[in-house]
Design a protein around this ligand. Structure first.
Ligand code: FAD
Ligand code: 2HG
Ligand code: ZN
Length: 433
């Protein structure tokens, strides 16, 4: 019996069988067998997903792509990378980096998550503000194994215009097919990366940072991240990592990359002076080299890990109007502050993507119900969606009706029934059939 890490309070989360094929043909053979015998399968990449999409709920077989990690081809002229779905993102970043290219996605789980998992969740990440959705870079191509074992090879030597239906499988969270190979257009690497961290006192200051950063940096902006003091404190208390700035209610982190380091620093300093003209002096720290850049990112990138050590984590990844970015965090503190340990907000401000995390000593079903009710009411009243970048998986499936019309849900179910008529591919996830 193989035990799988993560999320073990909510469902069984172990499997009797985990299979680790190395080729598309092996995946096809497994799916043919499972289709014949009505055996349910969970596709699993790096298992870093945060909505319970890649873990079994009852007795599903885990099909892991962790041994499907061959880089098949990289063309430095087109920037197109073709690889198996189990390649770890960081390995791909390093590989194409040798040719002066970068992957059009980056996220904290880069050292474990796989490109197949990134595409299946259509992951966002810290550079979304710069590159936009990952699906945009998938060049008309991939190999997909359907639930009955049929292989669809949509990898062509030259990228085609969108004449196929590959986009259906991107963001499908393993419910329609298993991605076995992908082809992605990489982007050219800029030479210099710089960042500034700013201590902010109010919500209004935080949103002003966003506007000024966008105006000054234009297309050279690569990240606009924020976190509140509760997020920073938990990283300090659980991991001993200190924030470079003194305590503030909020912190903003702006990153830029271009080919001119002096210009980067000048622009970051200009943002600071614009803000200081409006709000008076602000505490800040600017990175002048790679080590300092990593230090500025360190607290932000360790929040997820720190929260895991703070008890049971109720994790919400929502899209909200930017003007109300932190409002829901305040509402939660007011409504359930005395029943929880930590309530914090952080995330990708420029994308209106808030990570609301709440912890309590142990899993409490009543508390979860209360949080979900407050959250859904707030989203209805203020506009927003229950999922921004992590997907729906198992955790959010019962909340889908709040964000999608019944017609949309019916259409999703009929697409699912078409590709997976026996409902053996990642059942219980995304849409309830
Ligand atoms: P898994 O967790 O293994 O699976 C995720 C889903 O994809 C499951 O539904 C699974 O069934 C399906 N799947 C996996 N591989 C395949 C395949 N080959 N074919 C079909 N289906 C498949 N997400 C963001 O969007 N932005 C972030 O900034 C971000 N930061 C993170 C930081 C940390 C520290 C952590 C732990 C997670 C973060 N995530 C973030 C969550 C994110 O979804 C994942 O890290 C990543 O995209 C999932 O990849 P994975 O290989 O681990 O997939
Ligand atoms: C991030 O942006 C990830 O760091 C994880 O999306 C967010 O843990 C979370 O809630
Ligand atoms: Zn995120």
């Amino acid at each position: 019996m193989i035990y799988l890490p993560f999320l073990n309070y909510l469902y069984r989360n172990f499997t009797h069988i985990a299979l680790r094929p190395t080729t598309t043909q092996m995946v096809a053979a497994i799916m043919k067998h499972c289709y014949k015998r009505n055996l349910a399968v969970v596709p699993q990449g790096g298992n870093t997903g945060l909505v319970g999409g890649g873990t079994p709920v009852f007795d599903e077989i885990v099909l892991s792509t962790s041994l499907m990690d061959d880089i098949i081809n990289f063309d430095p002229q087109s920037g197109i990378l073709i690889c198996q779905a189990g390649c770890i993102l960081k390995n791909l970043q390093d590989y194409v980096g040798n040719y002066g290219f970068t992957m059009p996605i980056d996220l904290g789980a880069r050292g474990s998550c796989q490109i197949g998992g990134n595409l299946s969740t259509n992951a966002g990440g810290i550079h979304f503000v710069r590159y936009g959705p990952l699906r945009r870079y998938v060049t008309g191509v991939e190999v997909v194994v359907l639930s009955n074992g049929v292989v669809l090879d949509m990898i062509t030597p030259q990228p085609m215009q969108d004449s196929d239906f590959k986009q259906l499988f991107i963001g499908a969270e393993g419910t329609l097919a298993i991605l076995t190979k992908v082809a992605i257009k990489c982007v050219e690497t800029a030479k210099c990366y710089s960042a500034i961290m700013l201590g902010c006192k109010t919500h209004h200051q935080v949103t002003s940072v966003l506007m000024d950063a966008r105006n000054v940096l234009g297309h050279t902006v690569s990240a606009i991240e924020v976190m509140d003091s509760a997020a920073v404190s938990v990283v300090d208390s659980k991991l001993g990592l200190k924030c470079p700035l003194s305590p503030h209610p909020f912190y903003a982190l702006i990153e830029t990359f271009s080919n001119d380091e002096d210009q980067n620093i000048d622009k970051l300093s200009h943002i600071l002076s614009l803000l200081e003209n409006k709000f008076g002096s602000m505490e800040s720290a600017v990175s002048l080299n790679q080590t300092q850049l990593s230090q500025l990112w360190s607290v932000r990138e360790h929040i997820t890990e720190a929260l895991k050590r703070d008890g049971h984590v109720y994790k919400f990844d929502i899209s909200v109007p930017i003007a109300k970015y932190f409002d829901l965090v305040d509402v939660m503190r007011h409504e359930i502050g005395s029943y929880s340990s930590t309530i914090c907000g952080f995330g990708h401000l420029a994308d209106g993507n808030l990570h609301l995390n709440i912890t309590s000593k142990q899993y409490d079903k009543l508390l979860l119900n209360r949080i979900e009710t407050i959250l859904c009411d707030w989203l209805v009243q203020n506009g927003g969606s229950i999922s921004a970048e992590h997907g729906i998986g198992f955790h959010k499936a019962h909340l889908m009706h709040g964000s999608k019309s019944s017609n949309s849900l019916a259409m999703m179910r009929s697409i699912k029934a078409h590709f997976d008529p026996k409902n053996i591919l990642n059942p219980y996830k995304v849409v309830q059939v």
